[in-house]
Design a protein around this ligand. Structure first.
Ligand code: C2O
Ligand code: CU
Length: 478
């Protein structure tokens, strides 16, 4: 395979962007093809986010879009092309769930039964995975369950887990990166009595922030042009909005944050240096709130954050930034109106610590861009079996090409150590996780137990080009 170093500034042709099923290697050929067709769009939005103009731009700020909500019983979930307005009034081509970008936010409670029929309205296979939901094999939406164009897949599963923010997106073999990048993704919020008892800020003071990067082609449509280091978009979108702004009252907001990027880790910070109060992550509430002023959020990871705007006067603003990309992600503009006060209690939840073996039960090395323990994904090979209900210690290591956000289907785990690299655990990695960021030179240990369902699940890197090229394995809980 040829190496190239484009950072995705070129635009590829229509056929490539909207083409049919791709082979594993074609993911890379697109990047190569795009080099030969370098042509820059004339969008002020794109120019404004050029690397040489960090943080500042002259473009207007558009009101943050908040996705529609959908209930646990949603009769039809269709994946198809759609035209959407990302804030600037122009219609842009995306691939969307039920015509929405991002897809509608599912809102349900523990104990509810989710029923829906997925319809493949694309011209290639798809299947939807409920990232973070503990469901059985038939409902997990793994690559073996893909359906073809015009086909349906019926889901029906109970919500057997605690409150939290989850993530739904396609998971077809080798096509996940492309389909997510072109727009197929959304949030899934579970609520429960434990969370209710905290009386956390509620809408309009609870706001989902689905953050990702994106690029446009010359016609202004979402573009998928990955390079050898994965898809890196030229600018950020929050809830599918360009240059988003949100008017905020003088009070506390609860932000439900999801990194929906294919290959970009966000380094979140507020422009005035004010802290975030982290109250939850992938698996729901933390045991206790943590105050931090900077957070590294890997692809597929989630956060539940409180931000206090009580000192923000009318028309003053602060922005949520990605320090690594030098991007303003969203601007919060003060209304001057009174909001709600909220102080998180010192104990949010009781997280029973898993106790497991001190030495790793299994070790997984994330190698190159497409292998785990030396092997690329084979849909028909079961790589290992795990006993149901037994706590194991899994060790994740890498030979390079990180960051690799390691994601396990079928359960949540507790992160117990990180050595090498960043050298420790971060406050937002407490509680229950389903995705943990593995950076170069790091060894990360997690304690993990499957007590939901027996059956076949996958573990993979959530750098979606790595995943789509084969950095994934099958295991069976028995
Ligand atoms: Cu978010 Cu297996 O995926
Ligand atoms: Cu990876």
């Amino acid at each position: 395979m040829k190496k190239h170093t484009s950072n995705g500034e070129a635009h590829s042709g229509q056929d490539v962007r909207w083409g049919g099923a791709w082979t594993r290697r074609e993911v890379f050929r697109v990047g190569l093809a795009s080099l030969g067709a370098a042509a820059f769009g004339k969008f002020s939005v794109l120019d404004a986010f050029a690397v040489s103009e960090p943080y500042h731009h002259e473009d207007p700020w558009y009101p943050l879009h908040v996705p529609d909500e959908t209930p646990p019983g949603t009769p039809l979930l269709t994946c198809a092309r759609a035209q959407v307005d990302m804030g600037d009034g122009r219609l842009r081509g995306v691939w969307a769930y039920n015509g929405r970008f991002p897809g509608p936010t599912w809102v349900a409670r523990t104990g509810d039964v989710v029923t829906t029929r997925l319809e493949d309205g694309l011209s290639e296979p798809t299947i939807t995975h409920w990232h973070g939901l503990i469901v059985n094999y038939q409902n997990d939406g793994g690559p073996r369950l893909s359906i073809g164009p015009g086909q349906f897949y019926d889901y029906s599963f109970p919500l057997v887990q605690r409150a939290g923010l989850n993530f739904y997106h396609p998971h077809p073999h080798m096509l996940t990166g492309k389909q997510v990048c072109l727009g197929l993704a959304g949030a899934f919020i579970i609520r429960d009595n434990e969370e209710d008892a905290l009386h956390l800020p509620a809408a309009p003071y609870e706001v989902p922030l689905i953050i990702r990067d994106a690029s446009f082609d010359n016609a202004g449509n979402l573009l998928y042009n990955p390079t050898s280091s994965g898809f890196k978009g030229k600018f950020p979108l929050v809830n599918g909005t360009l240059n988003p702004m949100l008017n905020v009252d003088r009070g506390v907001y609860r932000f439900r944050v999801l990194n929906g990027s294919n290959a970009r880790v966000f380094t979140l910070a507020l422009s005035n240096g004010a802290p975030f109060t982290v109250i939850g992550n992938d698996g729901g509430l933390l045991g206790s709130p943590a105050t931090v002023s900077q957070i590294e959020l890997g692809m597929g990871e989630r956060l539940d954050l409180l931000v206090n705007f009580s000192a923000l006067a009318a028309n003053q603003y602060i922005t949520l930034r990605c320090l690594a990309a030098r991007w303003d992600l969203i601007r919060f503009v003060g209304t001057g109106a009174a909001g709600t006060a909220y102080t998180a209690p010192p104990l949010l939840s009781t997280i029973p610590p898993l106790s497991g073996p001190p030495q790793p039960t299994r070790t997984f090395t994330f190698d190159g861009m497409s292998r785990i323990n030396g092997q690329e994904y084979d849909m028909n090979r079961i790589d290992f079996t795990v006993p149901f209900g037994v706590t194991e210690r899994w060790r994740f290591q890498t030979g390079g090409n990180a960051p690799h956000p390691v994601h396990v289907h079928g359960t949540h785990f507790q992160v117990v150590s990180r050595t090498g690299g960043r050298g420790g655990l971060f406050p937002w990695e407490g509680g229950w996780k389903d995705t943990v960021l593995l950076d170069d030179r790091e060894t990360v240990d997690v304690l993990i137990r499957f007590d939901g369902y027996r059956g076949l699940y996958v573990m993979h890197c959530h750098q979606l080009e790595h995943e789509s090229m084969g950095m994934m394995c099958n295991f069976e809980v028995v």
